[in-house]
Design a protein around this ligand. Structure first.
Ligand code: FES
Length: 88
């Protein structure tokens, strides 16, 4: 999964650096080898800061928790719930 965090002037002033740091920590702590992180210049969508691009799909109004959730939901799909067995 390729993630590009906008570090243009507007997004940076709205703490996009925290998003990058959060994702770097997730990558390190959860050993997410498939996560490729990049900074990117202004995406031209400054009004809806901060912007993050996940595999080419632009997401607006990001924050560290939302970005982390998208990455974890994509790379670590939740295990399916197993049906409970009835026991007597
Ligand atoms: S600075 Fe991030 S979209 Fe312009």
């Amino acid at each position: 999964m390729k993630v590009e965090v906008c570090t243009g002037r507007t997004c940076k002033s709205r703490f996009s650096g925290y998003i990058l740091t959060r994702l770097e920590n997730d990558k390190k702590n959860l050993n997410l080898k498939k996560l490729i992180l990049h900074e990117c210049p202004c995406t031209g969508n400054c009004k809806k800061w901060p912007n993050v691009i996940f595999d080419g799909k632009k997401e607006e109004y990001m924050n560290p928790a939302k970005a982390s959730k998208i990455v974890l939901d994509t790379l670590n799909p939740k295990p399916k719930k197993q049906a409970l067995k009835k026991t007597k």
